[in-house]
Design a protein around this ligand. Structure first.
Ligand code: HEM
Length: 128
């Protein structure tokens, strides 16, 4: 089986790698003063479990995402494109650390980035 037939999930190292990715990614997110206030009252254990499912499914792993639809979850949070770009920068840095392969880093970044419109509030001024 060549690398194009294996799922992105397997190519980056499967369950252990995705678990590490989600953990380290949220460590960074929670240290960012631009993002941290959003998570202050959120039960992180549950969120991390949902994100583990979400990322595993988004990378074609053998997992079903059982959480709420991403657009509904972020509705009313007033997330700007600036905050989303902080979030995506932390994601990029984390993938590069866990699995320093440019192609897969770009693939993961684009897949998660597809959800950008569902997350940001386009009525806000810096969301252009
Ligand atoms: C493309 C980017 C993003 C994706 C794919 C994404 C995805 C998700 C998912 C799958 C959940 C779990 C839903 C559940 O528990 O049922 C979640 C929860 C959450 N997200 Fe995001 N997210 C993104 C960006 C952001 C950003 C930029 C922020 C804040 C600035 C944010 C704040 C939150 C918060 C606070 C929760 C917890 C909501 C709750 O439990 O009530 N997200 N997100």
């Amino acid at each position: 089986m060549n690398s194009n037939q294996r799922t992105l999930y397997d190519r980056i190292g499967g369950e252990i790698a995705v678990a590490m990715l989600v953990d380290r990614f949220y460590d960074r997110v929670l240290k960012d003063p631009e993002l941290e206030p959003y998570f202050r009252h959120i039960p992180m254990e549950k969120l991390l479990a949902m994100q583990l499912e979400f990322f595993s499914a988004a990378l074609d792993g053998p997992v079903r995402y059982s959480g709420r639809p991403v657009d509904q979850v972020h509705k009313g949070m007033a997330i700007t494109s600036r905050q989303l770009s902080h979030f995506m920068r932390h994601l990029m840095a984390t993938i590069e650390f866990i699995h320093p392969n440019e192609q897969e880093t770009q693939e993961i970044y684009s897949r998660i980035g597809l959800m950008a419109d569902a997350v940001i509030d386009s009525s806000l001024p810096d969301s252009e």
